[in-house]
Design a protein around this ligand. Structure first.
Ligand code: SIN
Length: 485
């Protein structure tokens, strides 16, 4: 199956190659634990080859018009849409999410290519009223050069194009390192990049096993040729990258961990909030950086909400993502399962009430039952750590100030959500939440046309929207003088 898009070599400098060491590692289907393929275990030398290829491709790519680059990105998007079904199947096989969500992700991934194909043409500069009569001040935005993207496993396709599309649209070349658990989607997308006419060396993919990550990361951060790295993943690794990038002052964009509050005020539309929290919590089996991590429900609605949500959670169907009717896939790997188990146990030990779920699913492997806990308090680890699993942790609150104070009581600040019909409260709370993204009366905020990114320990930089291309450029000020007769 999938003969064309299932690639087991990496694209470097326009060639499909194995690693210099000849070593490979296995990609496992998390739902069945079957081996899907073996892909190269790349290291320092391989990354060096990719950097050299990107450096050689850069002058020509940068010199092209934004429209010409945009046409290639548009064609790449078209090819992704043409192959949507194969890409979705592959995504579900290696990541486990249900096929309906994979289809949505493929369209989401293609949308970044289409969006930035246009944004490249709108990378406007500026003219500034001059400080001298004989001069004029111009500002232009230029590409940075050779860049790298390090992408996570939870959105193995969309995170690739969310980085590659603005990077390439602005005239940069890229080396992409996909997550070790989900490299196949990135390789498939690279195949389509090649078909769409992305020139050799402009987009390169290097794969590696978990134990290769430090070597690959070091090869990127220690290279004076790599001018920027964009990383999506844990705050721990993000901080490590900040330290590693210090010597070369490599520019960094970081989309890191989250701990999203999801607040249901007493004036919320109950049914809307119930639907919103299900999407926000159980999408991708809770494995998104913007999943509702702490669900705060006003005491007036609390008991009814807990009961309704647990009824909904109990109806979710776990299974193979490729099967019809299944709504919940597995967790990505056993480490994720162990974390979810630890957090649930700690919460129950400290007084949380288990309303539904709360254990490994009878399907075995890394399937975990959709779970609802209430009476969750600040003493529990589940309130402070990113759950990354299908566990709804519900807390009770009384006042608006209390809800805001609980919501902001975390070092993270990626997304926050709340439900209210009171326009004054909507502005007050949206402005008071210490996050980069606020969903008001919605649990789904992802779109290519809006800026995605966090504050505090959730990172720096924005992806998507008109702001998302700025991170891939450097601003040059040109002082044009000697203009008087
Ligand atoms: C993420 O979890 O990092 C991305 C989620 C999204 O874009 O919806």
């Amino acid at each position: 199956m999938l003969p064309k898009l299932l690639r087991t070599e990496c694209l470097i400098g326009g060639k499909w190659v194995g690693s210099k060491s000849g070593k490979t590692f296995e990609v496992i289907n998390p739902a069945t634990e079957e081996v899907l393929a073996s892909v190269p275990r790349m290291g320092h030398e391989d990354v060096q080859t990719a950097i050299t290829a990107a450096e050689s491709a850069y002058p020509k790519w940068k010199a092209m018009t934004a429209a010409a680059r945009g046409n290639i990105l548009d064609l790449w998007a078209e090819k992704m849409r043409e192959h949507s079904e194969e890409l979705s199947q592959l995504l579900t096989l290696e990541q486990g999410k249900v096929i309906a969500e994979s289809r949505i992700e493929i369209e989401y991934a293609a949308s970044f290519l289409s969006w930035f194909a246009g944004e490249g043409k709108r990378l406007y500069g500026d003219t500034i009223p001059s400080h001298r009569t004989d001069s004029r001040i111009l500002v232009i935005k230029q590409p940075i050069g050779v860049c790298a993207g390090i992408t996570p496993w939870n959105f193995p396709s969309a995170m690739v194009t969310r980085k590659a599309a603005p990077a390439l649209a602005a005239g940069n070349c890229m080396i992409l390192k996909p997550a070790e658990t989900t490299p196949l989607s990135a390789l498939a997308i690279a195949t389509l990049a090649e078909e769409a006419g992305v020139p050799a060396g402009v987009f390169n993919v290097v794969t590696g096993a978990r134990k290769d990550a430090p070597e690959i990361g070091n090869a990127l951060t220690s290279s004076p040729i790599v001018k920027k790295i964009s990383f999506t993943g844990s705050t721990l690794v993000g901080k490590f990258l900040v330290r590693s990038c210090a010597d070369n002052l490599t520019k960094l964009s970081l989309e890191l961990g989250g701990n999203a509050p999801f607040i249901v005020f007493d004036d919320a539309d109950f049914d809307d909030a119930l639907l919103g929290v299900q999407i926000c919590k159980y999408r991708n089996s809770g494995q998104t950086c913007i999943s509702a991590n702490r669900i705060l429900v006003h005491s007036k609605l609390h008991d009814r909400f807990v009961e309704a949500l647990s009824n909904c959670a109990a109806k979710l169907i776990s299974g193979l993502g490729t099967e019809d009717g299944v709504t919940q896939g597995p967790l990505i790997e056993s480490r994720a399962m162990e974390k979810v188990e630890r957090l649930v146990k700690d919460a129950i030990d400290k007084g949380a009430t288990l309303v539904t779920g709360g254990k490994r699913h009878e399907l075995g492997g890394t399937f975990y039952e959709p779970t609802v806990l209430c009476d969750v308090t600040n003493e529990m680890a589940i309130v402070h750590e990113e759950i990354f699993g299908p566990v709804a942790a519900i807390m009770r609150f009384e006042t608006e100030d209390e809800a805001i104070s609980i919501a902001n009581d975390t070092p993270y600040g990626l997304a926050g959500y709340f439900y209210s019909r009171d326009v004054g409260k909507i502005f007050r709370v949206a402005e008071a939440l210490d996050v980069g993204i606020v969903g008001v009366n919605t649990g789904l905020i992802s779109t290519e046309i809006a800026p995605f990114g966090g504050v505090k320990e959730s990172g720096t930089g924005r992806e998507g929207s008109k702001y998302g291309i700025d991170d891939w450029t450097s601003i040059k000020y040109i002082c044009l003088s000697g203009l008087e007769k």
